[in-house]
Design a protein around this ligand. Sequence first.
Ligand SMILES: C[S@@+](CC[C@H](N)C(=O)[O-])C[C@H]1O[C@@H](n2cnc3c(N)ncnc32)[C@H](O)[C@@H]1O
Length: 208
Amino acid sequence: MSFITQALKNSYHTGSVWPSSRALARTITRSFREQDGPRKILEVGPGSGPFTKIILDSLRPDDEYHLVEINEAFCKNLQSRLIDPYLSQSKDTAKVELHQGAIEDVTLPSTFDFTVCGLPFNNFPPTVTRSIFRQLLELTRNTGNLAYFEYAAVRTMRGAVVGAEGRAKIKRIDAHGKSMLKRFKGERELVLGNLPPAYVIRLHGMGS
Ligand SMILES: C[S@@+](CC[C@H](N)C(=O)[O-])C[C@H]1O[C@@H](n2cnc3c(N)ncnc32)[C@H](O)[C@@H]1O
């Protein structure tokens, strides 16, 4: 199974043709990897698992890690290629659970210290993007940390090829991103080592 096959079959949900690079995966997971103590982490939209690999390598036995992925083929692949081998190690392992379904529909057991999100927000209608953000913010504790990425200049490029309605949608998504950055002391970090280059966006202090 390749990421490209799934991207072609389901471009709305997949939103890109290539999986993210290791450079992007290391940047988006940095806050989680640098944190001491037991950590609860949520990954939304793991796809073929570039972030998952790094998160699994960084887990300690008292951590808890939940993944939510809508695509059945990606779920089967993640379970057999990454999660089962991690859980069958001889050393102590953290609790890891993969939930197949849309983040909007899945019931998760708790809130989280870190959320890493790979969803293609630029593909979704602004109302869906806003409602998923609300949910992710609720799922991430007050002291928590939500990281997601978007391709650099993607909205500018799209804006050049879509009609007036498309440009109005892009403007609403852009405004939403800017208001999230302001409200949650967000920071953006450009990762050039990804195809295409991407910004990692980190929001802090959810709920405060
Ligand atoms: C842009 S791909 C990112 C995959 C991977 N994180 C990476 O960076 O290579 C988006 C992923 O989100 C998943 N996805 C899309 N909508 C979703 C939803 N509502 N709930 C859960 N997963 C979703 C897709 O199936 C796909 O695996």
